[in-house]
Design a protein around this ligand. Structure first.
Ligand code: ZL4
Ligand code: CA
Ligand code: ZN
Length: 392
């Protein structure tokens, strides 16, 4: 179990900041930064840290956040109290920026939390650009809903957009892939008008019922005249209960084609773990194996890649998936013991002592699968047709 060596012929960097994990969105808020601590504890106890370059993520500077976000938004975000101190509340601004509600509360240390999340993802992008790293891991990032001047869905700063902007300085084309159960709307929108970024999101889609309600099959980027970004947004809207087998087939068919047609020079992969079975907010039946198969497929393309975190609201399952995906990044997935090491801190949190609990262990009874094979085939067909418009 503990004989993990560096991967042969390439380098992996791991970007975390233990200070980030100490922040709280509020008692019953689903987003628990503490899941990052649980993830790190598994990664460390499996001995994976020895096989990577480990960096403490720096906090991104105001200027860096300003590469995507507006000054007025950042200035107000900065008024969130760093400690338990009174602050001026401007209700108009809170409404305008969607700050202070139940999804995006203004909690203590919010600005620090955001800048550390973005700092990790920016560091990851810089390591990729400098060719010092071939796969860079930023589990504290992946906050795909944040807009230029608006917080949304637990996301305040879009670290992914910032990282991709960095990648675009040294790579002609970046492929963004999003396996979070929610639509990656913020990243899609940010690159709507460029053909240098293609975005692909797999998500549960049920407008009016499931957040954020965008990302239909036919939504492939604004089709206005002379928009180079048209056809460069791919959406894969899914129903409840999709299984590993279906998801893997769909992912490989779509990403395989996208790779051939778009020929990305770098990949940004958002690995939201709320697409796993048993997630507090999710609706799918994915197991760690199926989720991780997506990471493995991308790794095997042999293209420089950043791996981001994202959603994931049942911390023990998040930690399992992200630890196993770290193992895939360093190519030791066949060497690690499925039995969680005895000396893992908080081992009791995992309930079942394996990295790969069965659907029955996770759920009792699996959720009904509402995805027909026919529908999935039609979606692959639609993507094939979209890709005919794409010429690099
Ligand atoms: C909660 O229990 O669908 C927030 C949010 C806070 C604490 C107590 C407050 C109770 C579930 C969610 C009232 C909560 C009402 N607390 C929340 C339309 C909504 C308006 C807000 O994974 N209410 C909004 C956002 C989604 C909506 C999902 C996914 C992020 C990501 C990347 C973001 N928002 C309805 C919900 C709770 C809460 C319990 C909640 N919010 C579930 N889904 C949402 O893609 C990181
Ligand atoms: Ca998604
Ligand atoms: Zn999500």
């Amino acid at each position: 179990t503990y004989n993990i060596t560096r991967p042969k012929g390439y380098n992996v960097s791991f970007h975390t900041n233990p200070e980030m994990e100490k922040h709280h969105f509020g008692q019953t808020h689903p987003m628990k930064p503490w899941r990052l601590t649980l993830t790190k504890s598994l990664v460390t106890s499996y001995g994976m840290s020895f096989a990577m370059d480990n960096y403490v993520a720096r906090a991104a500077t105001y200027e860096e956040l300003n590469m995507f976000h507006s000054n007025d938004y950042l200035d107000y975000l900065g008024t969130a109290p760093a400690e338990d101190t009174p602050r001026d509340v401007d209700t108009d601004k809170e409404v305008k920026y969607n700050l202070g509600g139940s999804d995006c509360p203004l909690f203590y240390g919010l600005y620090d939390y955001c800048s550390m999340s973005a700092g990790g993802s920016l560091d990851a992008a810089r390591k990729i650009c400098a060719k010092q790293s071939d796969i860079a891991v930023s589990w504290g990032g992946g906050l795909h809903h944040a807009k230029r001047s608006e917080a949304s869905g637990f996301c305040y700063i879009n670290d992914i957009v910032l990282a991709i902007l960095q990648l675009l300085r040294c790579f002609p084309r970046v492929l963004y892939i999003d396996i979070d159960v929610h639509h990656g709307d913020g990243v899609e929108e940010a690159f709507f008008s460029t053909d240098r970024v293609m975005t692909v999101s797999f998500h549960k889609y049920q407008p009016e019922v499931f957040f954020p309600g965008t990302g239909g099959l036919e939504d492939n980027g604004p089709k206005s005249e002379h928009n180079p970004g048209a056809h460069h947004a791919i959406n894969v809207p899914l129903n409840d209960g999709i299984t590993d087998e279906q998801y893997e087939w769909l992912f490989q068919s779509i990403i395989g084609q996208v790779n051939e047609r778009f020929r990305p020079s770098a990949i940004a992969l958002q690995c939201g773990a709320d697409s796993l079975a048993g997630d507090r907010l999710g609706r799918f039946n994915l197991q760690v194996q199926g989720h991780a198969a997506c990471v493995n497929f991308c790794k095997k393309l042999g293209i420089p890649m950043i791996i981001f975190g994202g959603g994931g609201y049942t911390p023990r399952n998040v930690a399992r998936a992200w630890a196993f995906e770290t193992a895939i990044a360093i190519d030791c997935q066949d060497k690690i013991d499925p039995v969680i090491p005895m000396h893992t801190p908080w081992r009791d949190h995992f309930h079942h002592e394996t990295l790969f609990p069965t659907l029955e262990q996770i759920l009792g009874e699996p959720r009904a699968n509402k995805n027909t094979q026919k529908r999935l085939q039609d979606m692959v067909q639609h993507v094939t047709e979209q890709l005919r418009f794409v010429n690099f």
